[in-house]
Write a protein that binds this ligand. Structure first.
Ligand SMILES: Cc1cc2nc3c(=O)[nH]c(=O)nc-3n(C[C@H](O)[C@H](O)[C@H](O)COP(=O)(O)O)c2cc1C
Length: 188
């Protein structure tokens, strides 16, 4: 797919058929993560989850937060939208009390995370797969070592971001550029 088409076709998809992407497709998405611009000093890990049991454990944990009647944020369920593949990026943050450079390093972690997730979403789109960044089940793991273990996150690591993949069970229109999304200025 032409690159500009990839950009306008990428969309957060929330309806999936049950069809599992091939191992080759999944590998290409992982390769895209590895090709992202990432500084080398972060300890990162990718967990590729296709186990429905593991996904369900994370969704139950998410429901304990987002499904509460007093939750300020309401999210549609199921939180992983029945997508067949869920890829979680986790990492080990630096201890800011021990290392004077730790804050600098932790502060730029978000940038690396964004690059990795976005590369995976764009590659998925290029392959004809649908995707959606998912934060609900990531947030739900924060104080849940049991859930982290169930989804394959290494000990001492925190879930940072995640993306679901699969085949869309809906038609999504090509997206238009909306300049109002981010105010801009030019310095010439
Ligand atoms: C950091 C981040 C977290 C997100 N978490 C969720 C989520 O938990 N559930 C969900 O349905 N969509 C989630 N999304 C998708 C956003 O809702 C979506 O990117 C946004 O509405 C823009 O739509 P688009 O991706 O189709 O352009 C997340 C996106 C980002 C960047």
């Amino acid at each position: 797919m032409e690159f500009e088409k990839v950009l306008t076709r990428r969309v957060s998809a929330r309806k999936y058929t049950g069809r599992m992407p091939s191992d080759e497709e999944i590998q290409k998405v992982i390769d895209a993560a590895l090709l992202a611009p990432i500084v080398r000093w972060h300890k990162l890990h990718l967990s590729v989850v296709t186990s429905l049991d593991a996904m369900s454990i994370a969704e139950i944990a998410a429901d304990e937060i987002f499904g509460r009647p007093d939750s300020p944020v309401k999210m549609p369920r199921p939180y992983l939208y029945n997508a067949p593949v869920w890829i979680i990026l986790s990492g080990k943050k630096y201890d800011e009390s021990e290392n004077p450079q730790a804050k600098l390093m932790n502060d730029n972690l978000f940038w690396n995370v964004g690059s990795i997730i976005e590369n995976m979403e764009l590659q998925a789109t290029a392959l004809g797969l649908a995707s959606c960044g998912i934060n609900t089940t990531v947030v739900a793991m924060r104080d849940r070592p049991d859930v982290k273990k169930a989804v394959g996150i290494p000990e001492g690591y925190d879930a940072l971001a995640s993306v679901i993949l699969g085949y869309a069970d809906a038609e999504y229109p090509e997206r238009k550029v909306k300049p109002e999304l981010i105010p801009m200025s030019f310095v010439k």
